[in-house]
Design a protein around this ligand. Structure first.
Ligand code: 4NP
Length: 148
């Protein structure tokens, strides 16, 4: 059974904190541990990108308490499921995954094949936050459904 989920992207200021906040809202009332982290550590301790928080706030989702942190070895034993935003995140995670650790690694858009895209595009550069939020909302709902 999946009891804990970690969402992971590169910077942990755009995609994965958005997924964390969206999923927390959807999972409201369920006994799940939900967190997010970045593979880079470049923004350690920083709040999410204001463009991400603003788009989330427009949809009634609060990201204000989230702070960026880097993925650590312990995450692979603490979380049952680690959900990467793109293929590069997945490769970076596999490179630091302690041997024999139990966490299952997946990509978020594996849960939404109907979208016809397999990686969540990086809005930090592309500045397409509404589109990215749409994808994250769709895939998070499907992910939650898959746990039922
Ligand atoms: P994220 O986006 O991985 O979705 O948080 C990025 C945030 C920051 C950078 C790259 C991607 N950066 O180069 O600082």
């Amino acid at each position: 059974m999946t009891r804990s989920i970690l969402f992971v992207c590169l910077g942990n200021i755009c995609r994965s904190p958005t997924a964390e906040a969206v999923f927390r809202g959807l999972a409201n009332g369920r006994d799940l541990e939900i967190d997010s982290a970045g593979t880079s550590g470049w923004h350690d301790g920083h709040p999410s990108d204001p463009r991400a928080s603003a788009e989330a706030a427009r949809r009634g989702i609060d990201m204000s308490s989230i702070r960026s942190r880097k993925v650590e070895g312990e995450d692979f034993s603490r979380f049952d499921l680690i959900v990467a935003m793109d293929e590069q995140n997945l490769r970076d995670l596999r490179a630091v995954q302690p041997p024999g650790s139990a966490a299952k690694l997946v990509k978020l858009l594996d849960y939404a094949p109907g979208l016809g895209i397999s990686n969540v595009p990086d809005p930090y550069y592309e500045d397409n936050f509404p589109e990215v939020l749409d994808m994250i909302e769709t895939a998070c709902a499907r992910l939650l459904g898959s746990l039922a």
